[in-house]
Ligand binder design. Structure first.
Ligand code: DAK
Length: 256
C-alpha cells in the first residue's frame, strides 16, 4: 500500500516506518492519522514482523500536531482531533510487538507524545524534545500530560510543560525520556540492532512481557504480581519449554 505521509519498509523481521511530511517537519495532520491507523492495521496481524521502528524524514522526528490544520478548529473539532490522537497513540502503546522511536530531530508537542507512546526511545545527539503547547495557548492533547509524568516524574513533566522549553538529547536521557543517545549517522543502525536483539527472543515471551509490564504499571502492585505470575506460568505452554531445552542442549532456540 502506498501513503502520502508515510514511507514503509521491512528489513527481515523489523518494520521501519518513516513519517514523511518534511515540508512541515512531519507535523501530524488528519491524513497522517488516517494513514497511520491503516498502516497499523496492515502490520497488526503479520506474524513475520517482530518489532516496529518509527522515525522521521529529514531534520525532524515530528514537530507536533499540524498547527495550520488546528488553528481553524472549533471546540468540537478540537475534541475529535484530540480523541483521534489519543486513541491512535493508545493503540500504538498496546501493539503486540515492541515499538521503538528512533528520534532523529525535533520531537515536539504531538511528536514528543507519539515518541512517549512507543515502548522506548533511542535518539541521535541532535534531537530536541519539548512540549511547547502552552506557547500556543494549548495543553498537550494526545496523552502527554499523563504519559510523561509516569515516565519522567511530576517535577520534570511540570517543568517541561509549564515552560514549554526544549531540551537536548542528553537532558532527555538524564530525565529518563530517552533510553540511549547515539551518533546521528548511527541512529537507524543502532536502533535496528536493538530491534533485532528483541526479535531473536521468544516471540510469545516478548509479547507477554510487554503486556505484563504495561498492565502491571497501571495496576496496584499486588495485582501486578498476580498478572506476572499468571502470565509467567502461561509461557510454560508456549516459548518456555523450547527456550530452556535449547539452553541445556547448548543450541539456539527454534521458536515456533
Ligand atoms: N505544524 C505545522 N507546520 C509546522 C509545524 C507544526 N507543528 N512545525 C513546523 N512547521 C512548518 C513551518 O511552518 C514551516 O513551514 P513553511 O513556512 O516553510 O511553509 C516548515 O515547517 C519549517 O519550519 P521552520 O521554518 O519553522 O523551521 P525552523 O528550523 O526554523 O524551526 C522548529 C524548527 C521546530 C523550532 C519550528 O518549526 C517550530 O517551533 N515549530 C512548531 C513547534 C511546535 O509548537 N510544536 C507543537 C505543536 S502543538 C490537542 C491536540 C493536540 C495537541 C494539543 C491539543 N487537543 C485538541 C486538546 C498537540 C499540539 C501540538 O503538538
Amino acid at each position: 500500500m502506498s501513503y502520502s505521509t508515510l514511507k514503509t519498509k521491512q528489513e527481515g523481521e523489523i518494520a521501519i516506518l518513516t513519517i514523511s511530511r518534511p515540508e512541515a517537519l512531519n507535523a501530524l495532520n488528519s491524513l497522517f492519522f488516517k494513514e497511520f491507523n491503516e498502516y497499523l492495521d496492515s502490520i497488526s496481524n503479520d506474524k513475520a514482523i517482530k518489532a516496529l521502528i518509527i522515525t522521521g524524514d529529514g531534520k525532524a522526528f515530528i514537530a507536533g500536531a499540524d498547527i495550520a490544520e488546528m488553528q481553524n478548529m472549533n471546540k468540537k473539532e478540537a475534541s475529535a482531533f484530540s480523541k483521534t490522537g489519543q486513541n491512535t497513540f493508545m493503540r500504538l502503546e498496546n501493539m503486540n510487538i515492541p515499538v521503538i522511536a528512533a528520534v532523529n530531530g525535533y520531537a515536539l508537542g504531538g511528536g514528543c507524545e507519539l515518541a512517549l507512546a512507543c515502548d522506548f526511545r533511542i535518539s541521535n545527539n541532535f534531537a530536541k524534545f519539548g512540549l511547547p503547547e502552552v506557547s500556543l495557548g494549548l495543553i498537550p492533547g494526545y496523552g502527554g500530560t499523563q504519559r510523561l509524568a509516569r515516565l519522567a516524574g511530576l517535577g520534570n513533566t511540570l517543568f517541561l510543560q509549564l515552560t514549554g522549553q526544549m531540551i537536548d538529547a542528553q537532558e532527555a536521557l538524564r530525565m529518563g525520556i530517552v533510553q540511549k543517545v547515539v551518533d546521528a549517522a548511527e541512529l537507524i543502525n543502532e536502533t535496528m540492532k536493538i530491534a533485532q536483539k528483541i526479535a531473536s527472543q521468544g516471540p510469545n515471551a516478548i509479547q507477554t512481557l510487554k503486556k505484563v509490564v504495561r498492565k502491571g504499571y497501571q495496576s496496584e502492585l499486588n495485582i501486578g504480581y498476580d498478572i506476572e505470575s499468571d502470565e509467567f506460568s502461561g509461557l510454560f505452554e508456549s516459548d518456555g519449554p523450547e527456550g530452556m531445552k535449547a539452553f541445556l542442549e547448548k543450541r539456539k532456540p527454534n521458536w515456533k
